[in-house]
Every structure is written in structure tokens, then in C-alpha cells.
Write a protein that binds this ligand. Sequence first.
Ligand code: FAD
Length: 811
Amino acid sequence: DARVVIVGAGIVGCSLADELTARGWSEVTVLEQGPLPAPGGSTSHAPGLVFQTSPSRTLTGFARYTVEKFSSLKVDGLPCFNPVGGLEIATSEERWADLHRKAGLAASWGVRGELIPPARCAELWPLLARDQILGGFHTPDDGLARALLACRAQLERATARGARFLDRHTVTAIEREGGRVTAVVTDRGTFPADAVVCAAGFWGPLIGAMAGVDVPLQPLAHQYATTAPLPELAGVNDPRTEASRPILRFQDRDLYYREHTDRIGIGSYAHRPLPVDPARLPAYDDAPVMPSSLPFTAEDFAPSWAESVGLLPALGASRVEKGFNGVFSFTPDGMPVIGESREVRGFWLAEAVWVTHSAGVARAVAEWMTDGRPGTDVHACDLYRFEEAQRSPAYIAERGRRNFIEVYDVIHPLQPVEQPRPLRVSPFHVRQRELGGYFLEAAGWERPHWYEANAALAGSVQPPPRDAWSARHWSPIAAAEARATRERVALYDMTPLGRLEVSGPGALDFLQRMTTNQLAKKPGTVTYTLLLDEAGGIRSDLTVARLSEHHFQVGTGGALDLDWLLRHAPDDVRVTDITPGTTCVGVWGPLARDLVQPLTPDDFAHEAFGYFTARRTFIGHVPVTAMRLSYVGELGWELYTTADLGLRLWDTLWEAGRRHGVIAAGRSAFNSLRLEKGYRAWGHDMTTEHDPYEAGLGFAVRMDKGDFIGRAALEGRGAGTVTRKLTCLTLDDPAAVAMGKEPVYADGVAAGYVTSASYGYTIGRTVAYAWLPAAIAVPGTAVHIEYFGEKVPATVAAEPLYDPRGERIRR
Ligand code: FAD
């Protein structure tokens, strides 16, 4: 049997031992430097609040499993989860509106919740200063995880199934051979291992370094304080369960609360970020309290105390009796980091995990280790989601600190990171700035969403006015850019989209095995195809251009595809990320040919340069790979060249385009145009939880082309067998908007959720894609989308909404 060594017996290590042994792993050893059962990591002092709802469907799913599992675990007759419920209160209009949005997220992800008036908040929490509160969001199934008890329960269960927990074993080295882990070295001996899981919490980067694997997280201290006993709480709570009132969040002031029998615990994110270097923390026996508990800095807490007295006036007669600065992990995007290292096989991470998500993460990692893939979509937690440019220690430290500050902020879905910026820019960034580009950020890239230079055009197009939320990071100029693309021609910066080069004698066979569509076509063809996992779930969608016999250029969503291909590539195939050294401009619109033809020696006529073909040619002085593709549903080309020539390419196109009224257009228009054409965005519209037929992408699957990953799982499936569908909706009111992730109601019942949405400027209403049961996903069916608590009528539509026969592209 394979030997697994887990490093760390916090909530993650214990949960993982339980999940692995439940799946039949019999040789599981957990090594822990501290003494069990409270070894001194973050779990040992975690107050255990579990708010399940998050904008991330993945995290919410993890949390739901934690609640379900811990509720079923008992120690000394007491469950490891106390379902006191959760209450988030709003003291500002902005937060109150955001709680409406949050209630929508909860409905989308299947968490029970209700918006309640101040009087009801005060009923649930009698100590609240009711006059300050505008309302609350009550989630009856949230509550308190009893983290150390849950550790014990899972430790005992795993031990009964044969796992060993060895405390006071400090891991000092990870041995490797031939690109695999072989053993874990401790101060008390060496443990042979076929797999090692780093569940060392914020010490993860140190363990990772022992294996030569970067663990992208930043440890930070976070303040937690407990009041003296309050007369108001005398006799209210049973000391065995400690709390009866909901866990409470006061996010307007970055604070949260729970009961500890007759005291109140207060957690604060309101202080300055306090980064911690785990290498400098004392060992367990040398620590004054425990290694992860640093001395309380009262001056940092003072403003939080004042705010707390304001919210809970009874605290005015009390004081902070004890407090500490507790350490835990922050990542560049606030998500956990899980998965197996590609360079060091058998070395797994289960890092940067809250108690809230611990059981869910442990289950996903155990499934991944057992079945080769997690049972749910975890791409947003994947170790390889970060691009090279996001992996520097400086980036991780800076983003970690920022995420601490923003942890309770109202975050708009388009809100870009503030720092470090700019990090990655296109070669023609200087022109984009001259044109007044409004830049947002993704994967480190500066991406213009519209250009102020097009403001003059905006007068001719009048999209409906918007509410303040949907108007953020939006401009009516996008409507003018969309229209110019449909009527004339526009330049789109496609540089931030990933590009891989796949080459070598085995390249075709390799890509055939990896993807669903037929790629054995003559050089010069481009094919839209899918990467599936073994279960037939969609890992990505790609455009594959066969540039010559053994040379392919692959357009991808990003870093995860590179990782997946590198993991599978045989020796005679080279996979290279050419994104950073190259650039791409999309020239799209009915006048695209008029613009490009005079600049190139090649024939760009429809008959000579067909749709979904590619060739090497020149645009003026610039050698390019031209591909006749269009994400916006208009005639045009993607023009690729090396980064050094990017500016020249842009300027050449711009100069030639003047007489055609060319404009630069941004992501905002792009997103609108793509949704009108029904082009899916992986990661938003579909993930590994969906198969191609459900996602409406069956046309990209060729079951008769030979074997490929996921083929066996698709056997017997088809458009006719699906029970749920990615569905096109239009909002009935031309002025209504949706942003994505809203719940969709059919006959008053939450039936699904929106994946992507944008105003469709050509069709004159908002387009939303949503996952819905197949029975509802019938054109003409009336549904409702909940936007900030309002039920907005929408109708299932036949797709695509614009140019369904594709006549505008093929001409
Ligand atoms: P840990 O519990 O830190 O476990 C890692 C273990 O690895 C440690 O026991 C450590 O001793 C061991 N280890 C490290 N290095 C080695 C080595 N070289 N050899 C052997 N063993 C090693 N989360 C919530 O969900 N809700 C909350 O309300 C909440 N409140 C919090 C309040 C505070 C003050 C703090 C600090 C954190 C809070 N968190 C909360 C976060 C949560 O506590 C952590 O995210 C979680 O406990 C991490 O669990 P873990 O198992 O990954 O790490």
C-alpha cells in the first residue's frame, strides 16, 4: 500500500487523515511538531466561526461540507459543530445593499438565509445597539466549529482505521529521488513516503522549501480578544457548548463576535497588516503561549474596542481580559492552495485553509489523491493557477497584506487589485494610455475595458442608465465600442490570453489524446477543442492552430492548461508558454478586411483565407501569424507577433485603419459581443463539473477520432441525455442588468445560477448565461433573476442571439 505522510496535525491534517483512511488508505502517518491534541498551530486557538456564504461557489461548497461533517462528529457526546446560525449586520447603506447581493449568492449556492430588519437582529442578539443597524442577513445553518474537538474526533476515527499520529516530531527535510518524494526526515527519525502532504498551515512555505516547492502564502497576525464576564450573559449559555446566539459579523468595521459562555470574543481585521516570518517563530517549548500566538498589541486593538462598545453598548462596562495576535495564512487571491507539485511528484499541498473550509478541502485533496481528480471544481484553489509573474516573494507578500486589509470589504466583481500595478503590460500599452484606456487587472495584466478616446462616439449610442453598483468599472462608451465593432472595425488587445507552443514529432498525437476535436487536419487549420478530465468534465477550451506538421499554437485560458499539458507531455513533445514574449491584436468588424488587405502581401479574401485557418505572413514590416478567428462574431483576424514588434504592429494597423474609422475597443465591449454570440468562458460558464453536452459544446467532440482523455466517460452521453444545461437568458426589461452569480428562480424556486452576464448592446438587453435544469432550459420559459433582492423577469432564449447562422464571420 502507498505510504502517505501528512505534515501537520491541525484541522487540515486531521481532516485529511480521516478522508484518506475512509477511502482505504491504510499507511497514513501524521507528523506533528507540537504536542497533541493541541499542537500550537492556528487551529489550536481558532474561535471556529463558520460563515458558509462566499462569492466563490467552490469555497461555499467546502464550507457546506464542513458543517455537514462536523455536525455528525461527536466527542464526549457533543457534536463538533454548534449550529447557532450566522448574523451579518449592516450599518451603512453600501453594506445593506451588499447583504442583498450576499443573500443572492447564498441562494445560488444553496445556503439558507434571510434578510431581516433591525428588530429581528436585536431579537437574535439582544446586546446590539439596534438604532445603528439598517438590517441583517441571517443564515440559520452557519455556526461554530469546535475545531480542536473536530481534530480529535477525526484523529480517533483515522487511528481506528490504522493511521498513526506522531506528535513531537519536527520535520526537517523531505527526501526526493528521480523527481519524486521518497521520505520525510524528522528530528526523531526518517519516514519513507510515496506521498507527502504539506498541511503545515502557515509553516507551509518552510516545508515546501525542503522539497523545493514554492508555497505562495503570507502569514499574518490577526487580533482576537475576549472580554471579562458580562452580567448580561450570566446563565445564558451552557458552558459545554459555550454559545447560543449567532456568530456575528460587523463587516463595516472589520470585526466579528462570538459568545464564550458569559464572555464575548472579538476578532479584528481592522488593524495594520502584521506580517510574520514563520522561520523566526519559537518552537513549541520555547513559546510563551504557543508558536502561533503572539503577544497582544493593545494599541492596535484600541479602535476596534471603541467600535465594539458602540455596537454592543454593554461592553462599555467591561474590558479586554485577554487577547493575542494569532497567526494564519493569506494568499495572493484569498483562496487555498492545493494540488500536487509537478516538479516533485508525490508532494501535495493542502495550504491556506480556514477551519470553515477544512473538511471540504480535505475531501477534495483525498479524492484527488485517490481518483486522480477532485470530485468538485477546485480550479480556483489549484497550486498552478498563478502565472509566473505572480509568484515572486514580493508579490505574494504584498498581495497577502492587501487581502488581509480587504477581507471584509465590499468587493465588486470587477474590482482590480491595487498593487502591484502595473505589472504586465502589452507592447502597445503606451498607445492604450494615450487613448485613455480604463484599465482593470487580471493575472497581473493591465487590460483596458474601454477607451476615453471613444467618448465622442458615445453620444450616438444610449445604453440605459445603470444603478451605482453595475455602473462601477463600466462606461456607456463600451456601447459605442461594441457598435463600432459591429458596424466598422476595432482593434482588441488579446495579449493577456494565454498562448502555448506545442511542437515535436509527437505533437499531433499528443494533442489528439489530450483534446476532444479532430486535429489531424492539414497545416494552416485552426480547431476549437476541449480539454477534458478522465470523468469527461471540461478542464478548458482551446483553439489549436496547426502551423506546420509538428508545430501547433494553442490559445488557452491560462496557467492551468500549461500545467495540465506539461504533466502529460511525452519526451518527444515540447510545450512552451510563449505568452510573455508575444502579443496579439484582434482586428474585428465588417471593415477588417479592408483595413488589413492593403498591408499584407497575402490574399485575405474569403476564398483564399478561410474561416478557422491560419498562416504566416506580414503586416507591413511585421512578421505575423494571422488566424481568421473571431470572439466577437464579426469578420476579422487575430494577428500574433513577438513582443518587440507589437507596438509597430499596432501603429501600422492604426494608421491604415484611420480612413475606415478604426477604434481601439476594450474588454467591456468584448464581453458583451461574445455573450451575444454565445461564446463560453471557461471557469465562469463551465468547469470540470460540466460535460461538453451540458455546456452546449458537443460540436467540439469527435467520438470517432480515436481515444482521448475523457472519451470513455462520454460514451452514451449526448445532447439528448443532459439533465441540466448552460442556458441563454435575456432580461425582459431592456434597462435591467445582471452581473453574474445571481440565483435564477423558476416558479418561485431557486433553480440555478447565472455564470456570465453582460448588456448586449446589439440586441438591446442584458444577456445572462445560467445553469438550469434541462426541463426549464426551453426557449420561451419565463424565469426570474434575483438582483440585489429584486426578482427581475427573464426569458430563456434560443442561442446564439446574434447572427445565428454565422454569416457575418464567413464572408
Ligand atoms: P495549523 O492549525 O497551523 O496546523 C499546522 C500544523 O503543522 C501545526 O500544528 C504545526 O505545529 C505543524 N507543523 C508546522 N511545521 C511543522 C514541522 N516542521 N514538522 C511537524 N509539524 C509541523 N478560521 C475560520 O474558519 N474561522 C474562524 O473564526 C477563524 N478565526 C481565526 C482566528 C485567529 C485569531 C486565527 C489566527 C485564525 C483564525 N482562523 C479562522 C483561521 C484558521 O485558524 C486557520 O486557517 C486554520 O486553523 C489552519 O489550519 P491548518 O491545519 O492548516 O494549520
